[in-house]
Write a protein that binds this ligand. Sequence first.
Ligand SMILES: NC(=O)c1ccc[n+]([C@@H]2O[C@H](COP(=O)([O-])OP(=O)(O)OC[C@H]3O[C@@H](n4cnc5c(N)ncnc54)[C@H](OP(=O)(O)O)[C@@H]3O)[C@@H](O)[C@H]2O)c1
Length: 248
Amino acid sequence: MSADRMPSSPAPRAVVTGASRGHGLALARFLAGAGYEVVVTARDSAALALARAEIAAVGRVSAVPGDVGDPAHRAALVERVGDRLDLLVHNASELGPSPLPALATADAAAFRAVLETNLVAPLALTQALLPALRRAGGLIAAVSSDAAQGAYPGWGLYGASKAALELLARTLAAEIGDVATVIVDPGDMRTPMHQLAFPGEDIGDRPLPEVTLPFWAWLIGQSRTAVTGGRFEAQADDWTLPVDTVAS
Ligand SMILES: NC(=O)c1ccc[n+]([C@@H]2O[C@H](COP(=O)([O-])OP(=O)(O)OC[C@H]3O[C@@H](n4cnc5c(N)ncnc54)[C@H](OP(=O)(O)O)[C@@H]3O)[C@@H](O)[C@H]2O)c1
């Protein structure tokens, strides 16, 4: 789809950031196949074009290359989305240095870069797309990690960014009634980021990101009020078990 705006149609509309590979690509392809008009983004325009072609084989997709940390890129996304947005998935993420650094020697500039992509940009993009989300009574999903809670050695920069992202998501859920916000921990997946976290290791025993798709299929079918403020583990056995939910 090459138009600057998604066409006016009754199909639900989704933005998936970081959809050129890994979990974002699997999710965007799934959503397009489920009837969503999907807007995908990533920095590497060649990789994003390949992903766009793959997704276009199953449904409607529009690609906007750029960095979620760049205000001009976010403005281009707002323009492409148009008047309403049903689902915004903050999936794009920065792991930080590899091998993962201990906090005692972690670099401040690297920390700022992680925070910019994983924390500052998702809030700025949420703010920019909020009018369109409100028109649709939409859903925001912040993709987090068990590293947000685990205090795993080496994972401090990334984990701190995800912990703060989770607090932003919970606070949005408490502040905003007409748009739902959830936290999604996808669990370990065999992706380029996971390989970066375990350089030189065989990660072949981790599941492919498609393992999360039954969860996403369940989530998009839920009422917004039933899920807002919740933290979900996409590889859990039962997502309908009581979730950690903030009062709103
Ligand atoms: N893989 C796991 O085991 C695992 C576990 C727990 C949580 N997660 C979370 O799941 C999500 C997906 O992870 P993944 O493993 O699929 O990661 P991945 O393979 O590294 O893919 C990340 C995607 O985000 C894009 N991206 C990165 N920085 C960006 C930026 N500043 N602006 C726009 N796009 C950007 C990348 O493309 P470009 O580099 O071209 O921009 C790529 O499309 C992340 O939020 C991650 O934290 C992953």
